[in-house]
Ligand binder design. Structure first.
Ligand SMILES: *[C@@H]1O[C@H](CO)[C@@H](O)[C@H](O)[C@H]1NC(C)=O
Ligand SMILES: *[C@@H]1O[C@H](CO)[C@@H](O)[C@H](O)[C@H]1NC(C)=O
Ligand SMILES: *[C@@H]1O[C@H](CO)[C@@H](O)[C@H](O)[C@H]1NC(C)=O
Ligand SMILES: *[C@@H]1O[C@H](CO)[C@@H](O)[C@H](O)[C@H]1NC(C)=O
Ligand SMILES: *[C@@H]1O[C@H](CO)[C@@H](O)[C@H](O)[C@H]1NC(C)=O
Ligand SMILES: *[C@@H]1O[C@H](CO)[C@@H](O)[C@H](O)[C@H]1NC(C)=O
Ligand SMILES: *[C@@H]1O[C@H](CO)[C@@H](O)[C@H](O)[C@H]1NC(C)=O
Ligand SMILES: *[C@@H]1O[C@H](CO)[C@@H](O)[C@H](O)[C@H]1NC(C)=O
Length: 907
């Protein structure tokens, strides 16, 4: 039996009864049944609430509203007239977090309450009130998703009639100090304490106290924290009584030691969720031997290795199998086909290899197949797919599969998801997609398609909400798309050969990636309609021109990338009134000053306006107002004046590029110590707040990769940008000494101060710059000797000291001899290898010399550094949550990929 159906049936049995009561109550409206005490209690309860959206407008003291049994969310007994249920959740109120305020103790007067559901509201000022313990008739109590915090009161133990207690998902706010009260709840069959914090007690003890409840059938402890117990559950848990059928132990840092008791816990388990733990080794055979009733098994997000165990063959009732995000290897076993009548098979993000066995394709009941990010190979033909009548979701993204389907094939299924990124589909556009009129998510990126987008495309897939056709060679022009696609569309057509003007889009479009095409013309469409939900616009690398439209006020735009186009005119001032987090205007023909409205963009993390014709002073408000800035790039403009000391407030900065302007004055003193990412070596700070996430409108989750390419060598800063830190002040007119503190920045990777008027010497402190890979101070007026510490920096791979007034001997016996002589040239007083020897070192003519050999060596080492440059590829994975009204926590939306190129030249 499907445990979910049973769940619904058992749990909601009396809720259904309650709603029948409400219906009956409705029909006999002429008889007022509402008890006056109940009415007063409800009104008093309402008083404590904050009802911002007026969802309780039917609750009133007016005569016309006397019948409280008809109030929204209130249910009365059809016998006694007493209020027996109060349900004020998202479903009833049509709104997530509809109510806030206080939970008044007036509830206590509703003595006959059987069922109380206040879930999905925002009671973040409240703890679970102790008085709730006096509602002793309660059978159902749901306070989930309420933002409640504080101690869970022991008075809950008075609710001895409870069948279902759901305190889950209060965002980690609830603290459970002891669980003694639980033993009183002898009728409990559903307990959800997900994401609570157990402040006392070991996991083992907690589980023991819970499993002692004989009646318990469904237990949810996902994401609970045990601050005082980081161990796994490894002790023996006396679970003789347990007859659990549903168990969620996800995200509890369980290790494989926990299997010892897990397999003895219950023979009747229908569903077990062990995802997001630390389980490793091979998947135990016991799943197939001891838990033979399993219908749903979730082992995703662990560290399992090896293959899928043969014992799974025993799990005849298995409907859902989640194995994604492990380290599974080997090929899909041949028996998979016969056990596949799971409804769901999720194998994505593993290292499964080989071709899909023939037997697999007989799984005619399969509804969902996710196998993205593996190494499956082979050819899939029409005959393979012909039995999958029930398939609804297919995700084979990022494998090496070849689809050999005739373009006008007639598939047996109607898919909702079709994701075949990087599978070989082309070169013709797969015309059969036209038959999939229910498809809402389509990903055919990197699929070797080299064709024109068919004209029927936009009209044949009316439910399409997510579309990724990027990285193909698809051509054509876009029609007016304002009534195409549906829902809250995300559209990625980047890296193709689309041309023409950019048309209007569906008004609820959330993300638009059109970069790297041949679009031209202006962006005038943007101001013609309202795009309230547009969070991301990437139009970079096209041939767009004209002024950047000026209608950004009150938009949700968080990421805007217009780099590498031909935009001209000024930067529009309304940009300061969007919710910008990254702004890329690199390499256009923009002029004028930075608009002062940008001082409102306190969320800005990336400000990239390099290679334009901007002018003016660097505004002080960049430092005072843009506290989140991680990347500031104004290189290649006409900024003048001195560097404002306020820039020193940018404590999160990692890339500071002010090069190729007309800046003058001195480098600010006592400033660089502020830059924590420069000062600390490999700080563990993630990529600014980009990594920590926002809830509206777009959530950035992960920084994917930063590749620093040096001609001949590639340095990959994978996953974490925080390893790359850079200061570039080159090609300005900056004068004065280089402040000593610059040479103390242990975390700085690249420093370019070349082509300025700097004086003084390189401080001895430079030996502290242990992360330094690139140092260029050429074409200044620096003098003094080269400090020996420079010769010992472990990562130094590029150095240019040329055209200064350095003198003395290049410290010998160090890596400094390995650099090409030209990088020391133009320093009259400098000598020693790789430059000619210092006068005092000329050898005694009697001893032999072998310096030719050394020179050859040095030349070999240096040759690859010719035309040295660094290219930085910043890749983001933008985790996108459609947060519209009630969708706040819906995990369903997928990841989108966003990347941009930036080029920072070191010489
Ligand atoms: C409502 O009352 C009638 C009789 O008064 C009873 O037969 C019926 O079962 C009740 N309905 C519910 C849902 O309790
Ligand atoms: C909730 O309680 C707090 C503290 O007693 C009080 O300041 C606040 O006004 C109350 N809110 C409402 C809506 O009554
Ligand atoms: C819980 O029950 C006990 C014993 O029946 C009673 O004394 C106590 O007042 C109750 N607590 C609450 C909060 O109702
Ligand atoms: C409690 O409410 C939440 C949100 O309304 C719902 O998802 C959950 O299923 C409910 N819990 C129970 C046990 O019915
Ligand atoms: C487990 O529980 C049973 C039944 O109460 C009891 O007889 C047995 O001693 C318990 N075992 C342990 C190790 O606590
Ligand atoms: C996966 O396995 C490979 C090879 O056994 C190992 O190098 C790698 O660290 C593993 N990855 C994880 C996430 O465990
Ligand atoms: C856009 O979204 C809003 C709010 O969700 C909705 O009312 C409106 O109908 C949508 N527009 C279209 C064209 O779907
Ligand atoms: C940073 O530098 C400024 C100016 O030098 C100074 O006033 C400030 O206290 C420093 N610290 C921080 C955290 O901004």
């Amino acid at each position: 039996m499907d445990y979910e159906k049973r769940n619904t049936r058992l749990l909601s049995a009396f809720l259904v009864l309650v709603s029948i009561c409400i219906l009956k109550g409705g029909r006999s409206a002429e008889v007022i049944r509402c008890k006056e005490t109940d009415r007063q209690a409800l009104l008093k309860f309402k008083k404590g609430l904050v009802d911002e959206y007026d969802v309780l407008s039917s609750w009133g003291s007016e005569e016309s509203k006397r019948e409280c049994c008809k109030w929204r969310g209130v249910g009365c007994s059809n016998k006694t007239g007493h209020v027996i249920s109060l349900h004020l959740n998202e479903e009833i109120l049509d709104r997530w977090h509809a109510l806030g305020g206080n939970l008044s103790d007036a509830l206590v007067d509703l003595r006959h309450l059987i069922s109380l559901d206040l879930s999905t509201n925002d009671f973040s000022d409240n703890e679970i009130p102790e008085f709730i313990g006096s509602l002793d008739k309660l059978r159902y109590l749901n306070l989930s998703y309420c933002s409640l915090k504080g101690k869970v009161p022991g008075q809950l133990g008075n609710l001895t009639n409870l069948r279902a207690l759901d305190l889950g998902n209060n965002y980690g706010g609830l603290m459970i100090q002891n669980l003694d009260w639980l033993s009183n709840l002898s009728s409990l069959f559903h307990l959800d304490l997900s994401s609570s914090s157990f402040t006392e007690g070991l996991k083992t003890v907690v589980f023991q106290k819970i499993l002692i409840i004989k009646s318990l059938k469904e237990l949810y402890l996902g994401g609970c924290s045990f601050p005082n117990d980081t161990s796994s559950v490894d002790a023996y848990v006396n679970s003789t009584f347990a007859s659990l059928s549903v168990l969620d132990l996800s995200g509890l840092s369980l290790t494989s030691l926990a299997f010892h008791w897990l397999f003895n816990i219950s023979k009747s388990l229908l569903s077990i969720d062990l995802s997001s733990n630390e389980l490793n080794g091979s998947i135990p055979d016991e799943f197939g031997q001891k838990l033979v009733s399993l219908e749903n098994l979730d082992l995703s997000y662990n560290e399992f290795e090896g293959g899928i165990p043969k014992s799974f063959w025993n799990l005849k009732g298995l409907k859902k199998l989640h194995l994604s995000s492990n380290n599974l290897t080997g090929s899909l076993p041949d028996f998979v086909g016969t056990m596949v009548p799971l409804e769901i098979l999720d194998l994505s993000d593993n290292r499964i290899t080989g071709s899909v066995p023939e037997s697999f394709w007989k799984a005619s009941k399969l509804e969902v197949l996710y196998a993205s990010n593996n190494s499956l190979e082979g050819t899939i033909s029409e005959s393979h797919l012909s039995k999958l009548h029930n398939l609804k979701k297919l995700d084979l993204n990022y494998n090496s599969l070849v689809f050999n389907l005739t373009p006008d094939w007639d598939p047996p299924f109607q898919l909702e998801f079709l994701k075949l990124a990087s599978c070989k589909m082309g070169p013709r556009f797969p015309i059969w997609v036209r038959t999939q009129s229910k498809v809402s998510q389509l990903d055919l990126s990197s699929a070797n398609i080299s064709d024109e987008l068919p004209e029927w495309f936009w009209d044949s897939l009316p439910r399409l909400e997510f579309l990724n056709l990027s990285h193909n060679q698809i051509s054509g022009r876009l029609p007016d798309l304002s009534s195409k696609l549906s829902g809250h569309p995300l559209l990625d057509l980047s890296f193709n050969e689309f041309a023409g003007l950019i048309p209007s889009f569906h008004p609820n479009t959330t993300c638009l990636y059109l970069s790297n095409n041949n679009f031209f013309g202006s962006l005038s469409f943007l101001c013609k309609s309202k795009y309230d939900e547009l969070g991301l616009l990437d139009f970079s690398n096209n041939r767009l021109s004209g002024q950047i439209p000026n209608c950004w006020e009150n938009t949700a735009v968080g990421i805007l990338d217009l780099s590498n186009n031909n935009f001209s005119g000024e930067i529009p001032d309304t940009l300061g009134y969007a919710l910008l987090m990254t702004l890329h205007l690199f390499n256009n023909s923009l002029s004028g000053e930075l608009p002062s409205s940008l001082k409102n963009s306190g969320l800005l993390e990336v400000l990239d306006v390099g290679s334009n014709m901007l002018t003016g002073n660097i505004p002080a408000w960049i430092g005072t107002n843009l506290a989140s800035l991680v990347i500031l790039n104004i290189r290649g403009n006409n900024f003048f004046g001195s560097i404002p000391p306020e820039l020193c407030y940018l404590t999160q900065i990692q890339i500071l590029d002010l090069s190729r302007n007309n800046l003058s004055g001195r480098i600010p003193l006592h400033c660089f110590k502020n830059f924590t990412n420069f000062v600390q070596k490999s700080s563990t700070t993630p990529y600014g707040v980009l990594a920590s996430g926002y809830s509206y409108p777009i959530v950035y989750n992960v920084v994917d990769k930063v590749v620093v390419q040096w001609k001949g060598r590639v340095f990959e800063y994978s996953k974490t940008l925080y390893l790359l830190t850079l200061i570039d002040l080159s090609s300005n007119r900056i004068e004065g000494n280089i402040p000593k503190e610059i040479f103390q920045m242990e975390g700085l990777v690249s420093l370019n101060l070349s082509r300025n008027h700097l004086k003084g010497n390189i401080d001895q402190a430079i030996h502290q710059m242990e992360s330094l890979e690139c140092l260029d101070v050429s074409r200044n007026q620096l003098s003094g000797e080269i400090p020996t510490g420079l010769g010992t920096l472990p990562f130094l791979a590029f150095l240019n000291l040329s055209n200064n007034n350095f003198s003395g001997k290049i410290p010998s016996g160090t890596q400094l001899q390995g650099f090409n002589a030209s990088l020391y040239a133009g320093n009259i007083g400098l000598c020693g290898p790789p430059l000619p020897m210092c006068p005092e070192d000329y050898p005694d003519p009697l001893s032999g010399h072998n310096s030719d050999e050394n020179d050859d060596d040095a030349f070999m080492k240096q040759s690859f550094l010719k035309e040295f440059y660094i290219t930085i590829v910043l890749g983001f994975i933008v985790g996108f949550w459609g947060i519209i009204g009630t969708l706040l926590l819906r995990k369903s939306w997928r990841y989108a990929y966003f990347s941009f190129f930036d080029r920072i030249i070191c010489t």
